[in-house]
Design a protein around this ligand. Sequence first.
Ligand SMILES: *Cc1c(COP(=O)(O)O)cnc(C)c1O
Length: 463
Amino acid sequence: MRYISTRGDKTERRFCEILLEGLAPDGGLYLPVSYPQVDDATLTKWRGLSYADLAFEILSLYIDDIPAEDLRALLRRTYTQEVFGTPEITPLKPLEPGLALEALSNGPTLAFKDMAMQLLGGLFEYELKRRGETLNILGATSGDTGSAAEYAMRGKAGVNVFMLSPHGRMSPFQQAQMFSLQDANIHNIAVTGVFDDCQDIVKAVSNDLDFKRRHKIGTVNSINWARLLAQVVYYFAGYLQATKTNEEKVSFTVPSGNFGNVCAGHVARMMGLPIDKLVVATNENDVLDEFFRSGAYRVRGAADTYETSSPSMDISKASNFERFVFDLLGRDGARVKALFGGTEFKLSDEEFARIQRFGFQSGSSTHADRLATIRSCRENYGQLIDTHTADGLKVAQQRRDPAVTMIVLETALPAKFAATIVEALGIEPPRPAGLENIEALPKRVTVLPVDVQAVKTFIETHV
Ligand SMILES: *Cc1c(COP(=O)(O)O)cnc(C)c1O
């Protein structure tokens, strides 16, 4: 399989070439030149495979520059019961007939980002070793991404992680998760500013091309194709658990921010997985809901980006969205380039009408909705869900077709967002075994001012 950019550059690249990269040189995102088709017989053959072997079947359709036995071994090392808690890796949790959660958040950092990031850690280590290179990952985080990256890269040969976070602004649990890591290749930098300051520093360092080259600076952001590809697997795994025959369709509702998770669902559907609807659920930051209702895409400014109780979906710009629009517009790179050149666009009526064919629907949720959904889910189904999953469940209940099974992707465990659970239910959510006293562990973190040079100096002295 070869990969091209969404903005018209037709240069074809291989999987391992784009693995360690972010944007394509023309500013677009990478997508496969075509989607491999999974026919009925193949899907039937995949019923009963372990998660790791299912992942191998799917990924080997997209990766032809890693020997099959190496890829299979890497996947079997990654998706284990030991790391993800159950033999199914992403088990379905039935709520009522025709409605289930798919648990994606039983990895080391209790959010679905582990599903892709754990694999990325293995792939990076594999490819860097093969090239005889090293990589210094620089990132900014307000919570989930940074910890998932650190737990994926800890102890990996050839990789260092420098993760900036806003000093004192993450929840005590999130801080403890990241700062308690004692691995020599993981560097936590708490910047005495806000998340935007952290992101600006990362941009400034990355824009210093000389520094970037000398110190082999890379990223693990959400536009990475390998991350998206890893996420395609659990749509298949969810479908295969929910159905007995390939005649049945299912729908998925996906709590969304950067459109990475649901874009993987789009890829699965394009491959021929019998998905009826893909329902995009947002919180008050409803850029995506607005698009699917109106065809207008409007990137929000910082002042119009709200801090909500589902903070991992507080985005102003959906960084993976361009991939879907590329397919929607018949893979017209010039048109995509024109649309994404600015901060807003509106589709023509004819273009907007095509959304139907791709199965997308949407809805949004508010803080009050989250509280009500967390309560009703506990009362009606005896299940405790986190705030992001609650956004999904609320929208799923609105959009559900009684004739089609709806799977809501559970994107985090409630323990991660305890304050809102207490607000909704008056009880502390339980923590997975081993994390009860994580706040008491010794912390490894360096506090730095909002100063690009200070961060550069720190990197120079720690690589
Ligand atoms: C990252 C995240 C999301 C949003 O996923 P996208 O791929 O950015 O759409 C939703 N819920 C949780 C808990 C997350 O960490």
